[in-house]
Design a binder for this molecule. Structure first.
Ligand SMILES: [Zn+2]
Length: 252
């Protein structure tokens, strides 16, 4: 009874139970073994055993032995090692349909696949020169027809209105969709307009420049989402430093 309540008081729910991180635990048990070994050499096996038991219970109740290990493993463990430990590198739900094709998961969040990023750059340049056409928007949404509304970054689709944040945002999305149309396979083809729009919007957050003028982006607002071994930054707003056009706005 008493032990249980002491345990409850010591327990750090953010690092134990469901939130226990296997890489951190393994690292800490290794550290405990090393410490016990050192103590055994100095004070004999009983001392070593005491240290090891104490360390294990600390790991059990608190999730870690050395304060700061979650940050350490996060920083120094390469993605493949984290994956080896079964530490799932997760993408935002909207990005999973394009995983492997356009984006891959890393401890810091989604990153563009190199070949996709290169193709995206090329396509942005081509589309910037000739302008985004109605057919590009139809391809983007996976519909038969889309017709632009003059003077606005909006299109009439199936009797409804689809609007983009800016020309810059539309250019990024239309270019990405054109490549996904070629490379995205069944998964991309099966997505409805709303899902496509959501996926493209999150993909756009990984673009490092303004599609309209190549200018640098000013990340007006970011949010850091941190779990034990992974940290990802969510960009909430981004504006071009050159043309002042907003590329990202995520108020949700
Ligand atoms: Zn710009």
């Amino acid at each position: 009874m008493r032990l249980q309540s002491v345990g409850d008081r010591l327990r750090r729910p953010e690092y134990t139970g469901e939130n226990r991180c296997l890489p951190c635990t393994v690292v800490n048990v290794c550290l405990a073994l090393i410490a016990a070994g050192v103590v055994t050499v100095g004070l004999g096996p009983v001392g070593g055993l005491l240290v090891f038991t104490g360390a294990l219970s600390a790991i059990y109740f608190r999730g870690y032995l050395v304060p700061g290990t979650p940050e350490l493993t996060m920083r120094y463990f390469p993605p493949w090692l984290l994956e080896l430990f079964g530490k799932e590198l997760e993408l935002r739900e909207t990005l999973t349909p394009v995983e492997g094709v356009a984006v891959r998961a890393t401890p810091e969040g989604g990153r563009l696949v190199g070949s996709f990023a290169a193709a995206w750059d090329d396509r942005i340049e081509t589309m910037r020169e000739r302008g985004v056409e109605d057919a590009d928007v139809a391809t983007l949404l996976g519909v038969d027809e889309a017709s632009s509304v003059p003077g606005d970054v909006a299109y009439v689709v199936d009797g409804g209105l689809r609007q983009w944040l800016s020309e810059s945002a539309l250019l990024a999305d239309a270019a990405a969709a054109a490549i996904l149309d070629e490379r995205g396979g069944e998964t991309w083809a099966s997505l409805g307009p709303d899902e496509r729009v959501a996926t493209l919007r999150d993909l756009r957050k990984l673009l490092g420049y303004c599609p309209l003028c190549d200018g640098d982006l000013v990340r007006d607002k970011t949010e850091t989402v941190e779990t034990c071994c992974t940290e990802s930054e969510r960009v909430l707003m981004a504006t071009c430093s050159e043309c002042d056009v907003r590329l990202i706005e995520d108020l949700g």
